[in-house]
Design a protein. Structure first.
Length: 368
């Protein structure tokens, strides 16, 4: 019988299973099951920062440039991002929690007919055709009503993101799903995708993530509780430090194969290694917070501080900027100083060199 894993085992296992050997872009996305997106570019968007560790020779902007040729879609899952089409199919036909009034449905139908006639459209083309005006957005400012309508149509599966132009979504009509999948089977499959990406998971995080499936499949919100019960029954688990931990039943966190390499990595704030702040604190004993939306005077580590992973320990953070074709890096440490481990300086220099190539070799990096 395999021995029960320790917290050190779980930490090494979490790092090793997520930071798998770099592969092709298509295979990396398929293995991750979902890549969270974020529009901030500091020094690159979160999806690019996540993929650069997992895709061979990846350059900033490759996902956007190659999107149209990949078997993926921009869509909602537990957050907004990129999913393989087979994952998207588990969530559609999506039924939004808020039903549109007849007037809104009529607007959407007219826009859908226009999109079908045009093939692929920029939001400004739709706005020029229909002049929907401005509306109040969720944070109190003013937004283009056409943009909000297209967002709603995208969420409801009427249109899809066909490509991006300067970061702006270009839309095409989406073919209607023939029939809905079985709700419980689909929720179980989606739960397994969540676990495969973020394991090992503390019980509260597992519960939170399966609850967040209501974002991608709001029509089955009532079934999320049952999906959680079934997930706990089929997953492997252990209890330590006052909480239960879960991971796929066929995996062994205590395996000797999870030893970390002597590598240093600067991770995206939403990288699966660090996404769960509850797990982060259990593994590394300090609190990491995403501070881009925190007033500057109250930030502790910087606007877009990237967690600094050395071997299997997150020991600090880095604030990076690409200026005039060069990388500027400010590195901070939880201990107040850099490690004295042999090889650390070389590992840091190698990682900064990799980041520079990642930024300088892509259109985003070249644009600064």
């Amino acid at each position: 019988m395999a021995r029960a894993p320790t917290l050190d085992d779980l930490r090494r296992y979490a790092v090793a299973r997520s930071l798998f050997a770099p592969t092709t872009l298509a295979r990396a996305i398929a293995r991750l099951g979902f890549v969270q997106a974020d529009p901030i570019r500091a020094p690159a968007r979160a999806q690019d920062l996540t993929l650069r560790h997992r895709v061979r020779d990846y350059r900033a902007g490759d996902l956007e440039r190659r999107y149209a040729k990949l078997d993926i879609e921009e869509d909602y899952f537990v957050n907004y991002g990129f999913v393989p089409r087979c994952v998207q199919a588990l969530m559609h036909p999506r039924v939004a929690r808020t039903a549109w009034p007849e007037s809104r449905r009529a607007q959407a139908q007219a826009v859908l007919e226009f999109v079908r006639a045009q093939g692929v459209v920029h939001p400004r083309e739709v706005d020029a055709q229909f002049a929907h005006g401005k509306v109040k957005n969720w944070f109190g400012g003013s937004s283009n009503a056409t943009t909000q309508l297209l967002d709603g149509m995208h969420y409801r599966g009427l249109v899809r993101v066909a490509a991006r132009e300067g970061g702006v979504r270009l839309y095409a009509a989406r073919e209607a799903t023939a029939e809905a999948p079985d709700a419980d089977a689909a929720l179980d499959a989606l739960a397994d995708i969540v676990v495969a990406k973020y394991a090992p998971l503390p019980e509260r995080t597992l519960s939170d993530l399966i609850g967040r499936l209501r974002i991608g499949a709001p029509q089955w919100q009532a079934g999320c509780r049952g999906a959680l019960v079934r997930a706990k029954a089929r997953l492997a688990s252990t209890r330590m430090a006052g909480q239960n931990w879960y991971w796929p039943a066929h995996e062994n966190p205590a395996s000797r194969g999870h030893a970390p390499p002597d590598e240093l990595r600067l991770l995206a704030p939403f990288d699966p290694v660090v996404w769960d702040r509850r797990r982060f604190e259990a593994f590394w004993g300090w609190a990491y917070r995403f501070e881009a939306y925190t007033p500057a005077a109250r930030r502790l580590r910087g606007y877009y501080a990237l967690p600094l992973l050395w071997r299997d320990a997150v020991i600090g953070w880095g604030n990076l900027a690409w200026r005039h074709g060069k990388l500027d890096a400010e590195i901070g440490y939880v201990a107040g100083r850099a490690p004295r481990d042999a090889g650390y300086r070389t590992a840091l220099a190698n990682e900064l060199d990799r980041v520079a190539r990642f930024l300088g070799g892509g259109a985003e990096g070249a644009a600064g």
